[in-house]
Write a protein that binds this ligand. Structure first.
Ligand code: PAF
Length: 271
């Protein structure tokens, strides 16, 4: 990959879309976005063991390499990089990249080693593919902010683009993990989207108190999925991730909820 990139970059600008595979239309939109900002796009497929805790779903994470390659081709992607775990983390691997405060809250608080794994693999993918442009999805909002910070702090000369969340027709944010739901469970996965829409409506009708909004969101989640387990509902400033008590401009609401043992995350800018 490094020698391919060395040749390629003499003539073309390179876009990068890192993924863990099992691609959906959200990933396709990232590839298309990257193509608008670069001559050729490299999509990487790597289910990164370093970002999964031992009790998480690494072993059952859905995979479909053949289908992924078809989707990448039809989106206009020309290069796919699918490294083996032993190539990325050979025996005696010892080097990790970590972002400070930004990676400690929300997802970082619930999944303590997660972002260390994400920043390490993405730094390695940057070093291997040397992109001019990289595109990440807003669906993983905190991940995007943490990676943006890493890109800036480590002086990577890369244009960093965050692309909008792509949703199913009914509002469910696209995610490879949606595959885990049985048809019977699937309607209950809308709990997060319904709660976020409720928050947005409340803000529109001038309710700005986050504890009032949170109470209503919890009720919507329980009504949509009575067995749901809320991990967090947080209101933060979009850029700093600092908590917000009263909704002001640039407040984003993020939440993580377990629906039938599937941990989903979603977010929405409220103002
Ligand atoms: O968002 C993902 O799919 C992963 O966290 C990423 C960015 C590809 C790193 O493994």
């Amino acid at each position: 990959m490094q020698s391919v990139v060395r040749e390629l970059s003499k003539k073309k600008t390179i876009g990068l879309v890192p993924t863990m595979g099992f691609l959906h239309d959200g990933h396709v939109s990232l590839i298309q976005k990257a193509l608008k900002h670069s001559d050729i796009v490299i999509t990487t497929i790597f289910v990164n063991p370093a970002q999964f805790a031992p009790n998480e779903d690494l072993d059952r994470y859905p995979r479909d390499e053949k289908g992924d390659i078809e989707k990448i081709k039809s989106a206009g992607g020309k290069i796919v990089f699918i490294p083996k775990a032993s190539d990325i983390y050979p025996d005696n691997y010892q080097t990790y990249v970590e972002v400070g405060d930004l990676s400690q809250t929300l997802e970082g608080a619930s999944r303590p080693s997660h972002f260390k794994g994400v920043t390490t693999i993405v730094a390695k993918l940057f070093n291997i593919t040397r992109p001019d442009v990289v595109v990440f999805g807003l669906k993983d909002y905190q991940q995007a902010m943490v990676l943006k910070k890493m890109t800036h702090d480590l002086n990577y000369p890369i244009k960093f683009i965050i692309a909008p969340t792509v949703r199913e027709k009914d509002g469910l944010a696209m995610s490879s993990r949606n595959k885990y739901f049985s048809p019977k469970q699937r309607p209950e996965s809308l709990a997060l989207y319904f709660a976020l829409k409720t928050a947005k409506e409340m803000v529109k009708s001038d309710i700005k108190d986050t504890s009032q909004i949170k109470k209503e969101m919890k009720a919507v989640i329980q009504a949509t999925c009575p067995t749901a387990q809320i991990d967090y509902i947080a209101f933060t400033d979009f850029n700093s991730l600092d908590p917000v008590k009263k909704i002001v401009k640039n407040t984003i609401c993020s939440l993580a909820v377990r629906i039938h043992a599937v941990r989903l995350i979603d977010n929405m800018k409220l103002l």
